[in-house]
Design a protein around this ligand. Sequence first.
Ligand code: WT7
Length: 632
Amino acid sequence: MAEKEKLEVLLKVKEKYEPPKEVVDRAWVKDYESLYKESVQDREGFWAKVAEELEWFKKWDKVLEWNYPYAKWFLGAKTNITYNCLDRHVKSGKRNKVAYIFVDEDNNERKITYGELLELVSRLANGLKSLGVKKGDRVSIYMPTTIEGVASMLACARIGAIHSVVFAGFSEGALRTRIEDAKAKVVITSSYTKRRGKRVDLLPTVENAIDGLEFVEKVVVWDRDGDTLSGDSSKFVEFYELVNSSSPECEPEEMDAEDPLFILYTSGTTGKPKGVLHTTGGYMVQTYFTSKVVFDLHEDDIYWCSADIGWITGHSYIVYGILANGVTSVITEGAPDYPNPGRWWSYIEKYRVNVFYTAPTAIRLFMKYGEEWPAKYDLSSLRILGSVGEPINPEAWHWYYKHIGGQRCVIVDTWWQTETGAHMITTVPSYPAKPGKAGKPMFSVEVDVVDKDGNRLPPDTVGFLVVKTPWPSMLRTCWGEPERYEKYWNTIQGVYFAGDLASYDEEGYVMILGRADDVINVAGHRIGTMEVESALVDHPAVAEAAVIGKPHEVKGESIKAFVILKKGHEPSENLIEELKLHVRKVLGPVAVPDEIEFIDKLPKTRSGKIMRRILKAQELGLEVGDVSTLED
Ligand code: WT7
């Protein structure tokens, strides 16, 4: 089907799936509409009530100060997020409750209780202190999704250091840019990660990435097999040596609600990633609350989010929001379909997972392997299935519903962003879901679909998705670049511009249609076209490059690059491979173009800006639209 027809079909989706009675009966939120109304009428009162469920060393004097476009939440309050994620549970009798069940590709399993995690985090926090890390210092974390990775984040938060997790699938160039921008004093890494049965070394990547960066004082290395660290450099310290030589007690740093918690880099429309900054109090409250009501978490639930700690989903819904609820989570390292496509389903059976949160790209991958794989396992423990990262197409929705959920689970399609910190539009388990539509706004969140001047569009019309009012877990700024932060709020005057295209229907369900800007969503990962273009132009044979996203069966979108070569270089298959390798080295495997085409000229505006939408229209056989600004 052509893209346009697909859209028309989507806009007409009217199908609804009622949640099963057993799920509604136990749900925290039974009446969405009335609670939503209440939350919008008294936004501050609503969040204050939620915040009362958590512990504060000192309560707030004021819930919200909105000084457009800057917001402060829970002014004057003091807390520490790790106190709410760990100590609070240990003190209330959950010392021996399992916090995480970690499983690697060889099915080696390791469990850690809340009590043990608190001790590990406290020791590491003291260790970081002994290396000179203080409140406000930045620490880059380049670790796979493991207990040690999570503990590294929490150890920073314990002492008020600002962590910047860099996805361990990123390469040297991407890592260096992020370490440099944050001016990290310490980097925490592991000797390797494992993917598809192969060892992927991380330490050499870190060594290259920090080469010549004087401000990086120490590198903490989790030497997984005890065979990597030669000890010849004074910069390197072994993770467990540091942990074991440090005291198991570490008082949590008293953090102001508005003290920074972490930076997470994400792609935008320029070549340089933005350092999205989140603070302590509001982020804690909204991630805690959305975890609770969207995943409907209860004391005995086993929860599993298949994301990586390198992305915001890992931060909010593997670590902070989930631990704040005190449940048991599964975490895994490695590929979903290795050693076979039954891996994930075997864990759901083995650990009796109740809530499972994954991305549409993974669902489409498993659709290709066939329903025989999940059919081999007992998935009857599942109650709630989550989706995140990109629009879930109705085919994938139905497959997930039937073959994973056994037609008795609720699917929550959660729309949010690195910038929003927590769920913003999503179904909650007490009202019917519509395949392909994310659902209604989170409590107190007011969204709209507008034209470029901010005028509200009628139902079932595609426009820009905006958020009209501040929310607790919103980003506070972009690290070192306040003008980039302000752009979110002044692209369309007075509202937060999310960068997505959307529409809403007469019942208020919002459907997200994808990005409106030069950002590509590859397998749920956000890639900036300019980042890939700069990586290509960095190669000696390349004069100019333009990158577009193309629809892809499994990945949602794939990357296609158009390249103009410098004089003296000829197009060849070898050169294509060389360019792909180059992007892989600079940015990492996720950013490698599937296709590279050599051309002689790029469509540009008279002012020299590449018109990617023309390349895209040509590639996909769409109408080109307005070309009045085209130079040639
Ligand atoms: C972009 C944000 C949110 C954590 C993972 C990605 C897309 C996200 C959905 C959804 C349709 C979605 C949007 C958004 N997106 N969730 N449920 N339905 N699209 O975080 O890397 O900051 O990317 O992901 O395009 O703007 P991110």
